[in-house]
Design a protein around this ligand. Structure first.
Ligand code: CO8
Length: 259
């Protein structure tokens, strides 16, 4: 499938989506969101892909939803656009494979919310993150009010959302919003290395762990323990569990097959 607003590449087991409207700082227009939905479907149905990387071209990851496309929106249109983005970001979260956000520059508003829906965030030291919606007279509409406090705590999320001020990559690291900050010229190599590492892990266990972590955040402790218990025992139905444990006992590297 060909796309106008994104570049999609696959190298071995790693797929990469590059948001590609650099002259508009990769603002998430309705067309771009539509292409994101299609490409995530494509990734979902490709059993060979083990890791997805999302990044931006030029100096931004994404400066957010396209303001020009929503300035005259009615409440109903705003509701529709918000729900559409929620659906797409949820699809990302629910992929069976790990998703890494390679934050190469500005990740603001919807761009920050897209990064929040990824599993791991690696930022360039030149990146800036934030939820500036308040300065436009609106609030985050693609999950910022919900995912950000879960990630950085209520106090920091209040500060970020209510002031609308951008925070540096280093501050984002301290807040737990990104996993790692690296020099700009090391971002691609760092993300590739992490992606290769994740792609070498047993995919069924990766999928189960991701699923339990995500679902576990949405339920009470007892239910969470039940989820983990079921998923843990299911691992013992896989050849990868036998291989992983035998390889350990035989002091060799495991050869995981995803079975
Ligand atoms: N939407 C549309 N165009 C944008 C956006 C955006 N979010 N961000 C940047 N652009 C455009 C600029 O208009 C400019 O275009 P042009 O050259 O045609 O004038 C081009 O990108 C380059 O931008 P700047 O000249 O502003 O670049 P600077 O380096 O001077 O500044 C900033 C960079 C600081 C990132 C600045 O561009 C900025 O503040 N951008 C807006 C950030 C923002 O407010 N984002 C939040 C948007 S709202 C949102 O994301 C809500 C999410 C939920 C939506 C749910 C329903 C749709």
């Amino acid at each position: 499938m060909s796309y106008k607003n994104i570049i999609f590449r696959k190298e071995g087991k790693i797929a990469k989506i590059t948001l590609n409207r650099p002259d508009k700082l990769n603002a998430l227009s309705p067309e771009l969101i539509g292409e994101l939905e299609k490409v995530i479907e494509e990734v979902k149905s490709d059993r060979d892909v083990r890791v997805l990387v999302i990044t931006g071209s030029g100096k931004a990851f994404s400066a957010g939803a396209d303001v020009g496309a929503m300035v005259e929106a009615t409440p109903l249109q705003a509701k529709e656009s918000s729900l559409r983005g929620h659906r797409v970001f949820r699809m990302l979260e629910e992929l069976d494979i790990p998703v890494i956000a390679a934050i190469n520059g500005y990740a603001l508003g919807g761009g920050c919310e897209l990064a929040l829906a990824c599993d791991i965030r690696i930022a360039s030291e030149k990146a800036w993150l934030g939820q500036p919606e308040i300065n436009l007279g609106i609030i985050p509409g693609w999950g910022g009010c919900i995912r950000l406090p879960r990630m950085v705590g209520v106090a920091k999320a209040m500060e970020i959302i209510l002031t609308g001020e951008r925070i540096s990559a280093q501050e984002a690291l301290q807040a737990g919003l990104v996993n790692k900050v690296v020099p700009e010229d090391k971002l691609e190599a760092t993300v590739n290395e992490l992606a290769e590492k994740l792609a070498s892990k047993p995919p069924i266990a990766v999928k189960l762990a991701k699923n339990v972590i995500r679902k576990g955040l949405e339920c009470d402790l007892e239910a969470g323990i039940g989820l983990e218990n079921s998923a843990f025992s299911l691992c013992f139905a896989t050849k990868d569990q036998k291989e992983g444990m035998k390889a350990f006992l035989e002091k060799r590297q495991p050869q995981f097959k995803g079975e």
